[in-house]
Design a protein around this ligand. Structure first.
Ligand code: R2B
Ligand code: URA
Length: 288
């Protein structure tokens, strides 16, 4: 991990978006974390912590419940052994707030070799719903494979490649006899769910028609992109800059070539979401 060292100097110890002050007591809670599993919602992070605790046999989960280590309604963090299960909200701005303050916290807690994995959902492009995509590289919606940051008012572009070793590790440890496909592919991170993902079912009338959308999807597929989501760009750029190995494992809920709407039942959707969780847990169990 390589971070801006002044960020943990004496005058910079408050993390406003987590509502925490870096101190010795906090360090004891986070020291030793080697993996962070990130998900959009707080409920999913709690479920993940619960599931992993059960798998590891850490406690009889009929009698214990994971404790949230953050002090805000915006994000949560549950620790299971060396794994921290956190929520990041939706979109680049939300995950960047989390990444900045969490990384400061983990650096302060001397977790210098931590790895980050986002476990998410996405919309597939030309892949069957329920396929799990492990991301290689992330593109913006304009199909540029870089993240544009406005630093002091100037646009700066940064690379968006996920960690290849981490990806290989995930493929090496895939659960046996899977009933679904796990595929390495590129992803698009959009700024919203509707127009930036070329949908027709949002509140705003699109400026494109079906023919233009179809040629956009063709260009997408030629770039080896298989899914749309909303946080991968920020995650890959941020982790590249601080030298934290990171990747994203996201199940597809729909094939966007067939439909804009996600039509499968609540139960099927739930079972799809568990697929990315199982892929990541299988990897984690081989490491911790
Ligand atoms: C996937 O699903 C969410 C939008 O529904 C968003 O957070 C994402 O990346
Ligand atoms: N998340 C997205 O961002 N897009 C989808 O189509 C589904 C989930």
């Amino acid at each position: 991990m390589q971070i801006n060292s002044v960020c943990v100097s004496e005058n910079n110890l408050f993390l406003p978006n987590l509502n925490l002050k870096l101190n010795g007591q906090l360090k004891l809670l986070f020291k030793g974390v080697s993996y962070v599993v990130m998900q959009g919602s707080k409920d999913r992070s709690l479920d993940f912590a619960w599931y992993l605790s059960n798998l590891l046999g850490i406690a009889d989960m009929r009698f214990f419940t994971p404790v949230n280590l953050f002090n805000t309604n915006n994000f949560c963090a549950y620790r299971v052994g060396d794994v921290l299960c956190v929520s990041h909200g939706m979109g680049s701005s939300s995950i960047l707030l989390l990444l900045s303050e969490l990384t400061k916290l983990l650096y302060f807690s001397e977790c210098f070799n931590v790895k980050y994995i986002r476990v998410g959902t996405s919309g597939g492009i030309g892949v069957a719903a329920g396929t799990v995509i492990v991301t290689n590289k992330v593109f913006a919606a304009d199909l540029v494979d870089a993240y544009t940051v406005y630093e002091n008012g100037e646009a700066v572009l940064y690379p968006t490649v996920m960690d290849q070793e981490l990806n290989q590790g995930i493929f090496d440890q895939l659960p046996k006899s899977l009933e679904f496909k796990v595929q390495l592919a590129n992803s698009i991170s959009a700024d919203d769910f509707y127009l930036s993902q070329a949908r027709f079912d949002g509140a705003l009338k699109p400026s494109y028609d079906y023919q233009l959308r179809s040629s956009y999807f063709d260009r997408i597929k030629k770039l080896g992109i298989a899914n749309f989501e909303m946080e991968g760009l920020a995650l890959s750029y941020f982790c590249g800059r601080v030298a934290i190995p990171a990747t994203m494992v996201a199940v597809t809920l729909v094939d966007r070539e067939d439909s804009d709407q996600i039509r499968v039942s609540k139960e099927v959707l739930e079972s799809y979401s568990l697929r990315s969780r199982d892929v990541v847990c299988s990897y984690l169990l081989s490491k911790i």
